[in-house]
Design a protein around this ligand. Structure first.
Ligand SMILES: NC(=O)c1ccc[n+]([C@@H]2O[C@H](COP(=O)([O-])OP(=O)(O)OC[C@H]3O[C@@H](n4cnc5c(N)ncnc54)[C@H](O)[C@@H]3O)[C@@H](O)[C@H]2O)c1
Length: 320
């Protein structure tokens, strides 16, 4: 039994505790930001308002604090969304946390001063001195995991034996794991699929979307390689696997469908999705300054047109 602290009581962080508890780990969850999730997790029944299920009785909830971070855990799991990464990075640095970290968050960070893009694991390693960072990605809708529908995810660590150790501690019949050494490739794929699922969603028929799916995979290979990931990772669970689930039924592809119908991003957001976070939009804005300048424009026409559509609030133009 391992002592696991999950930081982030949103849909994914909470769903992730279910296989962890089933494998008899001692699991604590904490929520640094959202009053709604604090209310859900601290209530007696522990009904999660986003997942619409009752969380396991054995799940412990603790208020977020520096003292909690400094307690002795075997594994710290980060399940915040991308805007929470800077916050937790500073907290981990301030508290000199050195224990192994597992990142569920999907996204990339642009460092404007250094004019560089870092993955989340690179950011945590370079900017808070945590040596052992694993990442877990792949097709996993939190609502499905919470209902124990089978999925398979990939855990990546340069030290693959450590990734396997985590896999042993958390995988169940419905939460299957595979392993990779290509940490950067897995992170890049899992981040950019949010942009490509918007593009695929913009196709106004299944035929058109399939065409965009295939072209997206080709671009994803180039982008993954550009950031020093392995091309073949694009065809794995964090790439094609996660792209399928996001394109088939996520908020990014829903937004993409409005863009494909000719709405601008701002109009579509206000009219159809006012309360939804669209992760592809967050990522597009984050990486735009770098991608539009540095990457070969002939290799990423789809990504460029989506980014331009969002940052300039223009109509989407896709040429394939
Ligand atoms: N690795 C996987 O298998 C997997 C699967 C699904 C989702 N995810 C990723 O997990 C992350 C969370 O997704 P979710 O579905 O739980 O989202 P959610 O909206 O349900 O929860 C978001 C979490 O981030 C926190 N947060 C948001 N803004 C913050 C800020 N500014 N500062 C601090 N904390 C902040 C919220 O309080 C909450 O804990 C996303 O990056 C998503 O892509 C990973």
């Amino acid at each position: 039994m391992k002592k696991i602290l999950v930081i982030g009581g949103g849909a994914m962080g909470s769903a992730f505790t279910i296989p962890c508890i089933e494998k008899k780990n001692d699991v604590t969850i904490t929520e640094p930001y959202s009053k709604r999730f604090i209310r859900d997790l601290s209530s007696k029944k522990k009904i999660h308002s986003a997942l619409k299920i009752r969380l396991p009785k054995k799940l412990k909830f603790r208020r977020f604090s520096d003292d909690l971070l400094r307690e002795k855990f075997d594994l710290l799991v980060i399940a915040l969304s991308l805007p929470g990464i800077d916050f937790i990075r500073k907290k981990l640095k301030h508290n000199k946390i050195k224990i192994p970290v597992l990142v569920l968050t999907k996204g990339l960070k642009y460092l404007s001063k250094k004019k560089k893009i870092l993955t989340i694991s690179e950011n945590l390693k370079k900017n808070c001195g945590i040596k052992n960072v694993s990442v877990l990605k792949g097709p996993c809708l939190a609502k499905e995991l919470a209902r124990k529908n089978q999925t398979r995810v990939v855990i990546a660590n340069k030290n693959i034996n450590f990734a396997k150790k985590i896999g042993k501690q958390i995988s169940t019949k419905y939460y299957l794991t595979e392993f990779s050494r290509d940490v950067i490739g897995v992170e890049v794929c899992s981040a950019i699929k949010n942009i490509y699922s918007m593009i695929i969603g913009a196709g106004q028929s299944l035929n058109a979307s399939s065409n965009l799916f295939q072209k997206s995979i080709i671009e994803m290979k180039y982008v993954t390689k550009y950031f020093r990931g392995k091309e073949e990772t694009t065809l794995g669970l964090a790439g094609a696997g996660d792209l399928y689930v996001s394109a088939a039924g996520g908020r990014n592809s829903k937004m993409g469908s409005y863009l494909g119908k000719g709405y601008s991003f701002k109009t579509a957001k206000k009219k159809f999705m006012p309360n939804d976070t669209v992760e592809g939009e967050q990522l597009a804005r984050e990486i735009a300054p770098f991608v539009l300048k540095k990457l070969d424009k002939n290799k990423i026409p789809l990504m460029r047109s989506l980014i331009t559509t969002i940052i300039k609030n223009k109509k989407l133009k896709i040429k394939v």
